[in-house]
Design a protein around this ligand. Structure first.
Ligand code: GLN
Length: 537
């Protein structure tokens, strides 16, 4: 079977959950033995989201190979349990960058470089490159943005051309749209969908399937009307009702027959019967947990939950393993002080100090660490959170007054966290951190090695600073345990406080590797410790 390409566009408004629809369809197809990957096409001019403020773009998702990508790739990995890499995320910036570089080398032999055909060709070649690896039966292509956006046009044109290039029978166009319910009128409205489809048609792309986000079930008459006005079959009008959790969406799409329509229209030969056993079991645990536990997430971007997307999802996975619902208490680190921390974190059974960059909110994070450490509350520090744990320990346990990270105080007498040697002369900020997977050797007998059940692990990274090995002995002498190091260069990857019930700080980002099928062991261990603490207190 030749590779099938499924293009998913969105209309009417953003935030309809295109990424989740793509991931859900991917899950349903791979549950039938098909090899599926998902690619995100982003219409912005940044080369990648690595330089964007988390308030703008949410979390930057990092792949094994160190690509800084859109957070949708996190959903793809969590749903498909398969790693993604740089080719899974294309941006306008990256395409233009490469086209311009080629032009400078006269690779186009003196031609005038234009959006059509040069940019559209570049986009097409990046989409086809995934199919041409031979690794996939189906490539799902999520086109970012909303139909009608000026910057989305080259992508729509590229999709239109691809239907011709690789053949209609090998491509499918799915359009995700909104069918709003107007309370005052007491009815659902199809006009926005009609307009959105018209706009897509103006660009030459006719959707084969419409996925309609709706708050209320779509009656037969509404489906018929949408089908008639948008040139699709009634069976190809799929309702996507608001779900309690994103993990329910594959099951809702299964009930609506989205995968069945895709398989039929693309004439796909499935390789096995549908097997969603693990998924169904997981959804059942998420739906009916018998316990509840409250965990504080201390960070400076907490108003924008997308900035911590993978952490939130990792807690859902770990909650399901522990038969509990992890309730996140979002705590703005800027608002925390030594004086109010007890009151602000009252009733909390675990404290997570989040990753981040820059000095804002650091004092609040340090107050949260002190509170967790001195009250023996389960603590999990991730990246900057781990660095804060080290600073706090240096100041308040080792008595190293003014100890700090060189990121916040370049002149500190005790730079317990310092810039990595290879980072010192870097001027270009895009894609230059220590990124992607590195090995970590665990020390037997630590909480971390118990959680992983292994001595050698590999985790993903995104940082410029590290624990300063010149001051490591001083910290260890005071009781900070180094629980894991990178075997190649002795970089400290994990610290623990052994006498506390569960106090773990990691330089890497465990949240990026947690999936439905493989919940992350450190998150599972942290939630378990929080439940124990809750039961005791
Ligand atoms: N700002 C810190 C560093 O660059 C931590 C990074 C992070 O939390 N991802 O090392």
């Amino acid at each position: 079977m030749s590779t099938k390409y499924i293009f998913v566009t969105g209309g009417v408004t953003s935030s309809l959950g295109k990424g989740i629809i793509c991931a859900s369809l991917g899950r349903l197809l791979s549950a039938r033995g098909l090899r599926v990957t998902i690619q995100k096409l982003d219409p912005y001019i940044n080369v990648d989201p690595g330089t964007m403020n988390p308030y703008e773009h949410g979390e930057v998702y990092v792949t094994d190979a160190g690509a800084e990508t859109a957070l949708d790739l996190g959903h793809y990995e969590r749903f498909l349990d398969l790693p993604t890499s740089q080719p899974n995320n294309v941006t306008t910036g990256r395409s233009y960058y490469d086209v311009i570089m080629k032009e400078r080398k006269v690779a186009y032999l003196g031609k005038t470089i234009q959006v059509v055909p040069h940019i559209t060709d570049e986009i097409k070649s990046r989409v086809r490159a995934l199919g041409e690896t031979g690794h996939y039966d189906v490539v799902i292509v999520e086109v970012g943005g909303t139909v009608g956006d000026i910057e989305g046009l080259p992508y729509i044109e590229a999709m239109r051309q691809m239907r011709y290039d690789v053949g209609r029978k090998n491509t499918l166009s799915i359009h995700l749209t909104l069918v709003p319910y107007l309370k005052a009128a007491g009815e659902v409205k199809t006009k926005p969908t009609q307009h959105s489809v018209k706009m897509l048609q103006e660009s030459g792309l006719q959707p084969d399937i419409l996925v309609c986000r709706a708050e209320v079930p779509l009656e037969a008459s509404i489906r018929k009307k949408i089908a008639q006005f948008c040139n699709v079959e009634v069976e190809d009008v799929i309702a996507s009702l608001d779900a309690k959790s994103i993990y329910e969406v594959p099951l809702l799409m299964l009930d609506e027959g989205l995968d069945a329509r895709v398989i039929e229209k693309l004439d796909i030969k499935v390789k096995s019967d549908l097997n969603l056993d693990v998924w169904r079991k997981f959804v059942k645990s998420v739906r009916n947990p018998s316990k509840n536990v409250k965990i504080a997430l201390v960070g400076k971007y907490v108003e924008h939950h997308d900035a911590y997307m993978s952490i939130v999802e990792a807690f859902i996975h770990a909650g399901a393993v522990n038969d509990c619902c992890v309730e996140i208490d979002w705590v703005q680190s800027d608002d925390l002080t030594e004086e109010n921390v007890g009151q602000k974190l009252n009733g909390i059974s675990g404290i997570l100090v989040a990753p981040g960059f820059g000095g804002r909110g650091i004092d609040g994070k340090l107050a949260a660490v002190t509170y967790a450490r001195t009250n023996n509350i389960p603590f999990f520090g991730i990246c900057l959170g781990m660095q804060c744990a080290v600073i706090e320990f240096a100041r308040n346990v080792c008595g190293l007054e003014g100890a700090n990270s060189a990121e916040f105080d370049a002149k500190t007498e005790f730079p317990v966290i310092d810039i990595m040697a290879e980072q010192k002369n870097i001027k270009n900020m895009g894609g230059t951190m220590r990124l992607g997977k590195y090995d970590c050797k665990l020390i037997p007998g630590t909480k971390s090695s118990a959680a992983y059940g292994s001595d050698l692990i590999s985790e993903r990274h995104r940082h410029r600073y590290e624990l300063n090995n010149d001051l490591r002995k001083q910290l260890e002498d005071c009781g900070l345990q180094v629980a894991g190091t990178n075997p190649d260069r002795e970089l400290v990857e994990i610290v623990e406080i052994p006498e506390n019930r569960w106090f773990v700080g990691v330089q890497f980002h465990p949240e990026l590797k947690s999936t439905v099928r493989n919940p992350h062991p450190l998150f599972v261990g942290f939630v378990e410790a929080a439940l124990d603490y809750q039961a005791e207190s």
